[in-house]
Design a protein around this ligand. Sequence first.
Ligand code: CU
Length: 201
Amino acid sequence: MTITAGRVGVFGALMVAAAVVVVPVLGLAAPAQAHNYVVSSTPSEGETLTALPAEFSVTTNGPLLDLGGSVAGFAMEVRDADGRYYGDGCVTVDGATLSEAAALGAAGDYTLLWQLVSTDGHTVSGEIAFSWEPPAGFEPSASAASPAACGNAEPAPAASAPPEVRSNADLGDVLWIGGAIGGVLIAALVTFLIVTRKKKA
Ligand SMILES: [Cu+2]
């Protein structure tokens, strides 16, 4: 009875110790997965614009990656229901906001595609559907069959391209967390066996 109670007590203590170790491990791992996420945009999802804003923009929860003035990895594309593109493809990165001078054609449904680089270096992308009801006298902008590249020889990265970096990094995070938990459990088991043997001896 005494031995049993002792074992339960030791095992209980080990489980508490394991929990105490595991919780900080998970807490430390969380920031590694903290990609920037969108908190506001112009236009917003599902919005019907009735006047052309000065610029289209996407604002995230934190600063975007500062690449020393380069906007490589950042892109915005505006596409109509017929698959035609508008705008010059020139984007500006300022703090938490990615923006582009606004340009639209005739009335209809549009999609704003965006791609940005989080502070942690991961690429995040998405799209915002909106409608356009231009005011009387609006002059539609010219459109193109493919996204403009801001006059650069280097074409802008397609906003719809799968973010390869993100998926790899997330898999790495999962493996790292799994490894850390496994290590803690093995350490707890080894300690339990050592304590048990000492009790028997
Ligand atoms: Cu990330």
